[in-house]
Ligand binder design. Structure first.
Ligand code: ZN
Length: 231
């Protein structure tokens, strides 16, 4: 991974470090230390991706800081990941309604996809309102990082799709997995805005409640529409 101009310490969140490492020759690097806490700025450079993934599941904020600030990934790739994520979310949502005919299955999936895109719109809107109201702005929050936060906080959707392959009878295991959204989103926000723990928890909870209400309304409307299509 190439070094970046300014790097964020994954331990303390200090953002004015010069570079992650010094490279003496190809393949020979030395990790730099944080000017604030004097620990390695980003230990994940030398770690295996599996450990990074495990730390994400364990909700370690260091892994979220690494992926939000120090991991190089293009905006175009993030947009593609976001579209895959929305399709996964739409598919999971479609599992909540049992359609019996091919035409209903297609209609159900398209309506579920519309629900997923609407929920994404609500997330964007509430995030920008909260950012303005609570004055938790951050100079590092651009489109690329915003997309990272969305993809990271909802990465459990990818896992939920895999779960539906083995578990068809009940939606409960997916519901339990989806509870992971709130702590994952909180860790992403904490990685971005280091000093506002209680404010961020309030934002995540309010955002989750709004999303839950919107989802319930859309779920009811979808069921009514599907039933009227049947009759
Ligand atoms: Zn530090």
């Amino acid at each position: 991974m190439p070094s970046t101009v300014t790097s964020v310490c994954v331990l303390c969140g200090h953002g004015n470090n010069q570079s992650l490492y010094k490279e003496y020759k190809p393949g020979a690097i030395q990790l730099n230390q944080c000017v604030n806490c004097h620990q390695f700025i980003d230990k994940y450079i030398e770690y295996d991706r599996v450990i990074l993934l495990l730390d994400m599941f364990l909700l370690r904020i260091q892994s979220y800081r690494h992926l939000i600030f120090n991991y190089e990934i293009s905006t175009s790739l993030l947009l593609r990941l976001l579209f895959v994520l929305l399709f996964c979310h739409g598919y999971i949502e479609s599992c909540r309604y049992v359609a019996t005919t091919p035409s209903l299955i297609h209609l159900n999936f398209h309506l579920s996809l519309a629900m997923a895109f609407t929920e994404f719109g609500i997330i964007c809107l509430t995030s920008f309102i909260a950012k303005g109201l609570l004055k938790i702005g951050h100079s590092k929050l651009d489109l690329n990082r915003f997309l990272r936060v969305i993809v990271l906080s909802h990465f459990i959707d990818y896992c939920s799709v895999i779960v539906t392959i083995w578990i068809h009878e009940s939606y409960t295991p997916i519901t339990i997995l989806l509870l992971f959204y709130i702590p994952a989103q909180l860790q992403c926000y904490r990685a971005l805005f280091t000093d506002h723990w209680f404010k961020l928890l309030s934002v995540v909870l309010v955002q989750s409640i709004i999303l839950k209400i919107a989802n319930s309304i859309m779920f009811t409307r979808r069921a009514e529409f599907m039933d009227s299509f049947l009759s």
